[in-house]
Design a protein around this ligand. Structure first.
Ligand code: C2E
Ligand code: MG
Ligand code: MG
Ligand code: MG
Length: 289
């Protein structure tokens, strides 16, 4: 009977059992080690292209993990694990440090455009974040306007009051803010209007379907109009084909990001793309900071 009860108890507490399964623990342990190991965690950059003229108006930094035995692990597999613990804060600080160090090189080369870093919900509840961002910008000598922070719709809408203070302080620094994966969360239009954001990114699931599914087309058009009516720049994510570009231009979308223009790539190839395609900020970025 005792054994049976024990077994039943284990079933009741399954979430905790799951949270500490060996796989999860080893990801966390390996991630802690990776944070101390130079080069295991690195960034790829994906261009964001202005649809009127096809010049680069920004880029997104996406985290990559080259695990010593398991090879390249995509962020979808370790970010959610890191989000369950405080390690996401260290990870985010590392990403900011790497992105701003690279951005400094682009500033010096005169080819800098704003670089976007993704923030998890947990980061928006961290009152120390704005000060850390300010310190990192100063350390690397990068103007705040050349950093963009992407937050998901669901993250902000989930606890908008607490996030609002952190977002407002980041905005006051001069950092640009984006709503990521727009359309997949549950939005409150009232909060969307009050948030100090500059950019809205339409989730790629709608963009992919917009040329074949009329509902997706309607959703993309509605998101573009909503964004413009709120004075925001609208970005389409997951732009994979020329037909998407044509459709997005017709709807007045401002910026496109996706495999059509370039997959996420290392900083070296990104530098080549910057000089080949040109940037919309060329010559306007202070290079003496
Ligand atoms: P996200 O911020 O929405 O980033 C866009 C994702 O879409 C990236 O996946 C990118 O490689 C992918 N993508 C870009 N263009 C296309 C396209 O045309 N077609 C398709 N099918 N996919 C495209 P990735 O790099 O695997 O990142 C996945 C997610 O992981 C990101 O979604 C973001 O939520 C998270 N993530 C990545 N890096 C970080 C980071 O440094 N910190 C945090 N907190 N999250 C991150
Ligand atoms: Mg993003
Ligand atoms: Mg996104
Ligand atoms: Mg996404």
């Amino acid at each position: 009977y005792a054994a049976k009860e024990l077994k039943a108890g284990a079933v009741v507490f399954q979430p905790e059992v799951h949270a500490t399964t060996p796989v999860r623990l080893s990801v966390l342990g390996d991630l802690r080690r990776a944070l101390d190991n130079d080069g295991e965690l690195f960034l790829h950059y994906q261009p964001k292209v202005a649809l009127d003229g096809e010049r680069i108006e920004g880029m997104e930094a996406l985290l990559r993990w080259q695990h010593p035995t398991q090879g390249l692990i995509p962020p979808g597999e370790f970010i959610p694990v890191a989000e369950g613990t405080g390690i996401i804060l260290r990870l985010t600080e590392r990403v900011l440090d790497l992105a701003l160090a690279q951005q400094r090189c682009w500033v010096d080369a005169g080819t800098a455009v704003p670089v976007a870093v993704n923030l998890s919900t947990r980061c928006l509840l961290d009152a120390g974040l704005p000060d850390r961002v300010q310190r990192l910008l100063a350390e690397h000598g990068v103007p705040a306007a050349l950093l963009r922070l992407e937050v998901t719709e669901s993250a902000v809408m989930g606890d908008a009051a607490r996030c609002m203070d952190v977002l407002q302080r980041l905005h006051d620094l001069g950092v640009h803010l984006s709503i990521d994966d727009f359309g997949t969360g549950y939005s409150s239009m009232a909060y969307l209007r009050r948030l100090p954001v500059d950019e809205l990114k339409i989730d790629r699931s709608f963009v992919l379907g917009m040329t074949t599914t009329s509902q997706d087309l309607v959703l993309v058009r509605t998101a573009i109009d909503l964004g413009h009516n709120l004075g925001l720049t609208v970005v389409a994510e997951g732009v994979e084909g020329g037909e998407h570009v044509v459709a997005l231009r017709a709807l007045g979308c401002d910026v496109a990001q996706g495999y059509h223009y370039g997959r996420p790539m290392a900083a070296g190839p990104m530098s080549e793309v910057l000089s080949r395609m040109g940037t919309i900020h060329q010559g306007q970025v202070p290079s003496d900071r």
